[in-house]
Ligand binder design. Structure first.
Ligand SMILES: N[C@@H](CCSC[C@H]1O[C@@H](n2cnc3c(=O)[nH]cnc32)[C@H](O)[C@@H]1O)C(=O)O
Ligand SMILES: [Zn+2]
Length: 432
């Protein structure tokens, strides 16, 4: 066994209290061995955490990571027009190389902002898995299945690819990679394919992840066609199980919140994307009160426009209060849970908590900053004041991915160069 010690810091514990302690990690098992005093002396590797907060690595519950290539390409539009007029035409020109470049850029940004695990729906998933493996992160990945604008053969082929990918990548990278079956949404995948393929996903034993109730425009056609609310329709299709997690859940009514609570299906709240596309305000406080596990995600960088979970946490708190018309709604402690353990639970990972036996996924935040002074309450600082650039070190599965802001698993300058080149070539292809 070789060990890593994170020494001299203040550690955020699962009960949302903080304590002065060292963290000792078994690097080979990728697990936390102990949290306590003076654990650094015999460690094989040490990370300095003085004047710093050691937190669980942040968990991004919903992303399209390679969309970093489209950051700033099309802004200031509502979801449906944005997807159909701007995003989908460019995505039609994606290649494995462009997805590799966009994913490298995205995971670089994640590591630099303290994220150690994420869930992702996109194209060329084996390529994404490859990058995640090399970069050292943890992820639950899936191929986004769409049937609109496809004939029956193409739609079936897309769904089959979704299943095949889920089977192929599950357990890769020493188990750091897991998978899910990911129909894009309840309106972009026709009901006949949901009926056909959801049961096959169950046989594979993988969870489902899909966009649901993101905009009013997604609710109305389902109510008109099927006579029930979208999540009642999802339940009829067998798509609300405890391991499943939906993205957004903005326009959910009380009956749907009840369905989620009863089924144990989680919701990934994406406040920045919801605000930017003017999709609406998710009833986060009401869902939490009903016992729904609410996690947090950035969505793709083209609708955010960054992948920082600390930004997302602050947005979740702010928007949650506004939505509830109550300043005590979505308090700091809830937001910090959404940043870490709640999202890990939602997407079915063991990380998100610093305790003996847990995965050694953590971030170290530099507190020697004007905007983090004084430190009355570190949970408050994490929810409201800390920013991506305050992250000093990032560790996933016991491996140091970033030390003193230097990313060790990716060549940052080369990743930026490749992303610039691939983004330019992609847009050229789409616009020529
Ligand atoms: N195989 C599918 C790919 C779907 S990947 C997932 C898709 O979700 C899109 N996307 C990104 N953000 C959002 C959002 O907020 N709501 C719905 N879709 C989104 C993204 O651009 C991508 O096209 C196909 O043939 O088109
Ligand atoms: Zn999305």
């Amino acid at each position: 066994m070789t060990t890593l010690a994170i020494t001299g810091g203040t550690v955020l514990l699962p009960d949302a209290t903080v304590t002065r302690a060292d963290v000792l990690v078994d690097r080979s098992a990728g697990e936390i061995l102990e949290i306590g005093d003076d654990l650094g002396a015999d460690a094989d590797e040490t990370l300095d955490a003085t004047e710093s907060l050691v937190t669980p690595g942040f968990v991004n519950g919903h992303c399209h990571v390679a969309m970093t290539l489209l950051r700033g390409y099309a802004d200031d539009k509502a979801l449906d027009a944005w997807l159909r007029e701007d995003i989908w035409p460019v995505e039609a020109e994606l290649t494995a190389d462009s997805v590799r470049a966009g994913t490298e850029l995205g995971v670089l940004e994640m590591i630099k902002s303290g994220t150690t695990a994420f869930a992702d729906m996109y194209f060329f998933v084996p390529t994404i898995a490859d990058v995640v493996d090399e970069a050292g992160l943890r992820a639950r990945l899936g191929h986004g299945v769409i049937s609109v604008a496809k004939d029956e053969d193409e739609a079936r082929e897309d769904a089959r690819e979704g299943l095949a990918v889920a089977e192929e990548i599950d357990g890769m990278a020493d188990g750091r990679i897991s998978s899910a079956f990911m129909p894009h949404s309840l309106t972009t995948v026709d009901g006949q394919y949901l009926s056909e393929f959801v049961s096959e996903a169950r046989e594979l034993g993988v969870p489902l992840h899909y966009h649901a109730n993101e905009t009013e425009d997604e609710v109305t056609p389902i109510v008109e066609e099927h006579g029930v609310r979208p999540l009642a329709y999802a339940a009829e299709k067998g798509m609300l199980e405890p391991e499943d997690f939906i993205a957004h859940g903005v326009h959910v009514d009380e009956s749907e919140i009840g369905l989620l609570a009863e089924a144990g299906t989680s919701v990934i709240h994406c406040p920045a994307s919801n605000m930017k596309l003017a999709s609406g305000m998710a009833p986060v406080e009401r869902m939490r009160e009903a016992g729904v596990t609410v996690g947090l995600g950035t969505d793709g960088a083209a609708s955010n426009n960054d992948l920082s979970m600390l930004d997302e946490a602050r947005d979740a708190a702010m928007l949650g209060k506004l939505a509830a018309d109550d300043a005590s709604a979505v308090p700091a402690e809830a937001v910090v849970d959404m940043l870490t353990g709640a999202t890990a639970d939602a997407i079915g990972l063991e990380s998100g908590r610093l305790e003996a036996g847990a995965p050694a996924d953590l971030a170290v935040i530099d507190l020697e900053k004007p905007h983090l002074t004084p430190a009355h309450d570190l949970v408050s600082h994490l929810a409201y004041a800390a920013a991506a650039a305050d992250v000093r070190h990032t560790v996933c599965d016991g491996r140091v991915l970033m030390r003193d802001r230097e990313v060790l698993t990716l060549d940052e300058a080369a990743v930026r160069d490749r992303a610039r080149e691939e983004a330019a070539a992609l847009v050229d292809r789409a616009e020529s």
